[in-house]
Design a protein around this ligand. Structure first.
Ligand code: NAP
Length: 317
């Protein structure tokens, strides 16, 4: 199929905010429905998969693929059918009247229908020393920063799949990886637990929380507190990777549509419809449960179909 001509006008039938698997899948479907969507991709385009190493669980990639490579394929596929991708952030979203408004750094777009696919971002522990030493040994992305600390001892905070994935990845560079977890049981899936527990370079600091990240200009260690005995110990490390879950990227939407108490966009079960007619949500921004690339892509497809049907009902051609 020949690529469609890209529309550069400010008014669009469909604007998609976000460029992870949900946003790009919504774009593929909306573009093939001849809605000529615009994707406001964000400066950190590609979403969380840009921070992932190997994606081994996305059907169709039997040998695995890296996250960034996968997102490039998604983008190419969306563009092939006439999606316009803008590599800039949405700075304001106005859902109070139709057409909806999305302000970016360079222009104000209006849209008959809006698909929100803004995803989620890494959570931080919330201590001052963590903020002070960010990018000086403290990171939330092993893929991005792990190699910087080659040959050094490192630690990962968290007990979920992300923490295990980060710890396993870091074994390529670290002399030793300590996983600091606040309980004595992991939340991660069995297979990831087994891999991490069996790895000779990984050890576990159970029932413990990071009380302080140590170091003046760069991380030199962490002080951890055993939550059972209240004892503190210092662990000499030179990089700390925080992997304790995610927060939905919905700050721009606050007060404009229904969010749950933790900030996830509420959707009507079995659909991607939000509390505002004509606004649809896909991917991690409305999914505190599954949070997988493949489920995000699935709901991205649903959002495009929901938007297309809604536009047809409104007779917006
Ligand atoms: P998660 O499953 O929510 O795990 C977060 C971990 O951080 C938990 O172990 C939690 O402890 C701990 N934690 C939370 N807040 C903390 C705090 N303030 N201080 C210390 N520890 C804290 O998040 P995730 O690991 O990012 O995974 C999210 C989803 O993505 C999951 O569904 C996961 O399966 C999926 N995922 C899959 C893969 C894969 O299959 N390759 C890779 C990455 C992620 P508690 O256990 O005590 O609550």
């Amino acid at each position: 199929m020949a690529p469609r001509e890209v529309t550069n006008g400010d008014h669009q039938r469909v604007v998609i905010v976000g460029s992870g698997p949900a946003g790009y899948t919504a774009a593929v479907y909306a573009a093939r429905a001849e809605l000529a969507p615009v994707v406001v991709a964000g400066l950190q385009f590609g979403g969380q998969l840009m921070l992932t190493t190997d994606v081994e669980n996305y059907p169709g990639f039997a040998e695995g693929i890296t996250g960034p490579e996968m997102m490039e394929v998604f983008q190419r596929q969306a563009e092939r059918f006439g999606t316009e991708v803008r590599m800039e952030d949405a700075t304001e979203i106005d859902l109070s009247k139709r057409p909806f408004t999305v302000v970016t750094d360079s222009k104000t777009l209006t849209a008959d229908a809006l698909i929100l696919a803004t995803g989620a971002s890494a959570k931080w522990i919330g201590i001052d020393s963590e903020t002070r030493l960010q990018n000086r040994g403290v990171s939330a992305c092993a893929t991005c920063d792990g190699a910087l600390y080659r040959g050094k001892p490192m630690a990962v905070v968290g007990g979920g799949d992300t923490a295990m994935e980060e710890a396993l990845f870091l074994t390529r560079f670290a002399t030793k990886v300590s996983v600091i977890h606040r309980r004595d049981a992991l939340r991660a899936s069995k297979i990831m637990q087994e891999r991490a527990l069996a790895h000779e370079k990984i050890d576990f600091v159970w029932n413990s929380v990071v009380e302080e990240v140590l170091g003046e200009d760069f991380v030199t260690g962490v002080r951890v507190r055993d939550v059972k005995s209240d004892e503190t110990t210092e662990l000499p490390i030179e990089a700390l990777f925080v992997a304790i879950g995610h927060k939905p990227n919905t700050d721009l939407l606050e007060g404009q549509l229904a969010l749950d108490p933790t900030g996830y966009v509420k959707i009507e079960p079995g659909s991607t419809r939000t509390s505002v007619a004509g606004v649809f949500c896909a991917g991690d921004a409305s999914d505190p449960t599954y949070r997988q690339a493949v489920t995000a892509a699935g709901t991205g497809c649903m959002a495009a179909i929901d938007a297309e049907r809604w536009l047809a009902e409104q007779c917006i051609e």
